[in-house]
Design a binder for this molecule. Sequence first.
Ligand code: PMP
Length: 434
Amino acid sequence: MNNHARSRALHQRASQVLPRGVSSNFRYWTEEWTPVASRASGGYIWDADGNRYIDYRLGFGPVILGHAHPAINRHVSEAMEDGTVYALTTEREIRVAEKIVEMCPGVDMVRFATSGTEATMHAIRVARAYTGRDKVLKFEGQYHGMHDYVLWSTASSNPASMGSPFSPIPVAASSGMPRPIRDLIITLPFNDFERLEKVVRQQWHEIATIIIEPMLGNLGSIEPLPGFLDLIRGLCDEYGIVFIMDEVKTGFRVARGGAQELYGIRADLVTYAKSMGNGFPIAAFGGKREIMDIIGEGVSHGGTYTANTIAVAAAEKTLEILATTDALETVAERGRQLQKGISDILESYSVPFSFGGHPAMFGVHFNHKKPKDYREWAQGDQRTYDTILEALIERGSMPDPDSREPWFLCAAHTEEDIAETLTAFEDAVKEVLG
Ligand code: PMP
């Protein structure tokens, strides 16, 4: 058993000044143990007690090349010698925008933001402005950030409150969200072709956008069934709806051109964050010129810190490395090695399971049948999975102990790291399942 005394003491102290002792609700584990981090390097993270973990959370995904990447840190340090915010455009920012346009299919223009939440908020405003319609159609179990327009029927909402799949009830994932906003959201089960088609054919004149995580990066990476993304594309074309692909987690991770490249699908607008800055706070939204070009023509977008030097320099170096090296191939290869080992171990214990997603960000589902949406996923044995992961974390490998969060891989993970994790995973499974 690792020593957690200092983490515990620090978390208690934090609770005096930070509600629940954290700066994001998702970082709170339990009163017993909510780890406090001290540092991270490459594929590893250390807690306040000095315990080292192989990190498969990677800050919820951004750290695609490894923590404290020397070349990125150097690039950022040099850039910030010239100041950090100017309230003016910089040449570096132009270069990074050009790079995104080059790497991402169908993206003609971008605007920067500072977080994924901001990126989806702005993209939705642009979609509303472009169509002159108000409603947002999203899918149950998907997460698009913290703003009131999307925090409905996420994987934090109780599926039992969502009503019949034939007539889903949008469930607020937080108190404090104005009730009237519920009239602006339509929530549907993911991968339900028939329901989607029916709702769009009935209500298209009110729908500004269909926003989608191409794989459910906040719900074990559940994937779209073949044809589902094409159906959305077709309906959006037919009814003049803006298709927003939220690539905050998948962008610059599952392929250089994100899920659009992986699935061969083109959205109208796309949001990026996480992997584009390897952990530095930067985001972007972009897409078709015709739509993006309305920004500034009566459509507002801004932010004091958008495209600040630190963020842009981090993105510049990260994107350069992703574009010119085989980093993403390494990430996927390590993911495949891990999946193969996990699969062998779970099969030897006759555990019914399936993988969701891509080797760079995969979920493990303890369901008898591969889940295709939130409601099916919720019938799985999360308790056993979570208990195994807690035992794994005690053995020095740290995926998120919450089964909704995928395992994230980075280019700094080594084959030895994967082997160490698999040994620990087998021990953890043995401990829990005997
Ligand atoms: N969209 C998706 C798909 C996400 O996974 C997240 C964050 N997990 C967000 C949006 C919000 O990003 P941020 O936390 O940077 O606001």
